[in-house]
Structures are given as C-alpha cells and as structure tokens.
Design a protein around this ligand. Structure first.
Ligand SMILES: Cc1ncc(COP(=O)(O)O)c(C=O)c1O
Length: 404
C-alpha cells in the first residue's frame, strides 16, 4: 500500500545517512581538498546549481515540454511556505500545474480508498463534494456559516470519526465568503495531524482579497514540519481567467508523485496549450490582479445596491473577499426560485447544491458578482420579479443525486 493511501502518519523512519569515510593512510598527512601536491591550487569543483537538485526537479509524472521549464513565475503557487528547507515546500513546480480538471480534492485513489471518511465543510464547493463522492469517499459535515467555522465541531469530528482527509476552503470560503482566522487554521492543522488525516486546503479563491490583504498560505503557519500533512491546491481560473482550467498542487514530494501517477492513469496529462497559456499568465504574475480586484469591488457594491433596491427583505453579509454573496431568502424556496429565474434567463446556484447533507440550505442562493454592473442589475431585477411573481414558490427539499 502506498504511503499516501495509508495516511500522513504512516511515515517510514529513515535512518540518518552517514557520510562515507575514507580510511586515512597511516604516516601521510591528509591533503587539503582542492589543492594539488605541486603547482597551482586546483579550482574548487563546480557545484551543480541548487535548482537542479530541487525536490521539484525530481518529481516524476507526465513528461513536460521544454517551454514548461521556466521558474520565473511568481504568485500564490510559488509563495514561500517556509524558509526553503526543502525545495518542494518553497514553491510549486510548473509541472504541478494541471488541467483541465481544476483543483478537485478527491483525486483518487492516492489520498484514500472507497469507504474512507472525509470531513467537508457544510456548505462547501459542490464540485469538490462530487469529486470526493465519485472517489467513493464518505463525506461528513463540519458546520461553517457567515460567522465562520465551528472549530470545536471539527476537532470533535476529527477525534471521533478518524477521517482519512479533511477538505477546507479557509480563504473567502465558497459559498459563505468567510475567512478563517490564523489561530483556527493552527487548530485545524494540529487536529488533523493528531487524527492522522490529510488536510486538503483549497486556495483557489485566496487571492480574491477585496477588503483585507491576501492571507498567508495555511501550510506556512505553525512550527516547521507541523504542516507536512497539508496538501494545498489552487487554480488560475479566479485570478487570471475563468477559461483557463489549470490548477496546481503543493505537497510533500511523495504525495505529488502519487497524484501525478494517478493523473497519468486517468488522462495522461492536461492540455499542453492550456499549460503554456497558464505559464504565460504566471510570467505576467500579479500584473492584472489589482485591476481585477478593483473591478470585483465595484461589482460587489453594485450587486449590493441592486439587492437593496429590488429585494430588501433578503439578507446577506458582504464578505471580505471571494466572488459571491450567500443570500438568505428567509424561506426554503431557493430551488423553486432558481428554476423559475432560469426560465427568464437568469442562472443562480441554489443553496442545496452546496450542502453535504441533502435538504439543507434550501433558503440560500449564491449570487456571484462577476458580471458587469448593468447585467447584475438586470439579473437581480428579474430574480426579484420571479420571487414576487404572485404564484407562491413551493418549499422544496432537494433530492440527493447520489447514493449514500
Ligand atoms: C473553492 C473552489 N475550488 C475549486 C474551484 C474550481 O476551480 P476551477 O474553475 O479552476 O476548476 C472553484 C471554482 O469555483 C472553487 O470555488
């Protein structure tokens, strides 16, 4: 069984390597290295450049083209996690980019086996839930609301259920927009470590920091080595372009290798063209981000104005970052409303889609503020009109579309 499948605690103890000692000949003084016995001092042996010895460079996986080599890119996937003790902790290698599937945490079977338990926030990003379930993992909920995480519930679930993996979106959580404080991240790191569970941290939205500085990578918190069981995933789709479905993984070298092996078995590799585009974006680094954030701030304000005008009875909290509002309709009619609104050309995600358990969040809608102001205005106007249509919306309990 591979180590990843056995969990982060199943680590082999490797005895410290001793340097090979040459027996010294008796009766002869030891020569200083780099100096000939006669003549000019010898040039010191040329060292291989550090980068070539990096762990990232040893990562196996799909073969890459020469243009995928550049290490110029900056950004979240390259932000230091710790002073570079090991290269793989310092930055992600471009080969850890993958496409087109985006960052899905249930990448099987490297991180678990069918039947293993996984803790997921409730609500959470629905495609992550789908990926976990498709991998045969059993999801257990940990509550998160506009006010944040119930860390005690998370710690108790970790102690009591021995999950293989916990999946979290601590930065501008999708869909609530909540931001996990550093001390809670530390508790989560410690609790998952104590439970022998992988902690998959989804940083896809982390750089969409509208009112606060972008949070430091969770894996960088705590004492060195305390976060070795953290697997960080992210994507370029939110920061650079929604059409680029290229994500990245940062984890211990061995885990990245195992994930790469699984990937090869699934579809060999992502689109090379997409990867080249992703690298071009990364080379441009954060150039376009401030502009994008300013645009999102103004669109978020526009959405709030539209909601205040057309649907003042709904409630919401303005998140410090992320891409959407998590609207409370006050009654469990979100599915019926979403369906009715779709008939008028407005597509919004109903809350039930984000629930780990069926039938929850029936009173919630997720409305993104990614569209231009005039389209947001028209969309909210139609949505509110559908809500006030005169024909009552029927409360609906969403049927699960999976088999538990
Ligand atoms: C938290 C989270 N993770 C992952 C993704 C998927 O990213 P991509 O669009 O690159 O597949 C999303 C997309 O909305 C997301 O919100």
């Amino acid at each position: 069984m591979d180590r990843a499948a056995r969990g982060p605690r199943a680590r082999r103890r490797v005895p410290p390597r001793r340097g090979r000692r040459r027996p010294r000949r008796r009766g002869r003084p030891a020569r200083r290295p780099g100096r000939r016995r006669h003549g000019r001092p010898r040039r010191p042996p040329r060292r291989r450049p550090r980068a070539r010895r990096s762990a990232a460079a040893r990562v196996r996986g799909p073969p890459r083209l020469p243009p995928l080599r550049p290490a110029r890119a900056e950004g979240r996937c390259r932000r230091p996690v710790h002073p570079p003790r090991r290269a793989h902790q310092a930055r992600a290698d471009p080969r850890h980019l993958r496409s087109p599937a985006g960052p899905q945490p249930g990448h099987r079977p490297a991180l678990g086996r069918p039947g293993d338990r996984v803790l997921a926030e409730n609500p959470t990003y629905p495609n992550a839930l789908d990926a976990l379930r498709q991998a045969g993992l059993r999801t257990g909920p940990v509550p998160v609301s506009d006010d944040g995480w119930d860390l005690e519930a998370a710690e108790s679930a970790l102690r009591g259920t021995a999950p293989r993996l916990a999946y979290t979106i601590p930065d501008f959580h999708n869909p609530t927009g909540a931001l996990m404080p550093p001390e809670q991240r530390l508790r989560l790191i410690a609790a998952t470590r104590a439970a022998g569970a992988w902690l998959v941290v989804d940083e896809t939205v982390a750089d969409i920091a509208l009112d606060v500085p972008a949070p430091a990578p969770t894996a960088s918190l705590g004492a060195r080595g305390a976060a070795d069981h953290v697997i960080t995933i992210g994507s370029l789709s939110k920061t650079h372009w929604g059409g680029i479905r290229v994500g990245w993984v940062r984890a211990a070298e061995k885990v990245v290798n195992e994930l790469a092996t699984v990937r090869v078995a699934a579809d060999m590799t992502g689109s090379v063209l997409d990867q080249l585009v992703a690298l071009a974006f990364l080379d441009g680094a954060d150039g376009a981000l401030p502009e994008r954030l300013a645009q999102l701030r103004s669109r978020r304000a526009a959405l709030v104005r539209c909601l205040e005008r057309h649907a003042p009875q709904w409630s919401w909290r303005v998140p410090p970052g992320g891409l959407s509002l998590w609207i409370d309709l006050g009654e469990p009619v979100a599915s019926a409303l979403a369906e009715r609104a779709a008939g008028t050309g407005v597509y919004v995600s109903r809350g039930a889609r984000f629930g780990v358990d069926p039938g929850t969040f029936a009173h919630r809608l997720r409305i993104p503020y990614t569209l231009p102001e005039d389209r947001l205005e028209e969309g909210v106007r139609r949505l509110a009109a559908a809500f006030h249509d005169g024909v009552p919306l029927t409360p609906s309990i969403e049927r699960p579309h999976w088999v538990a």
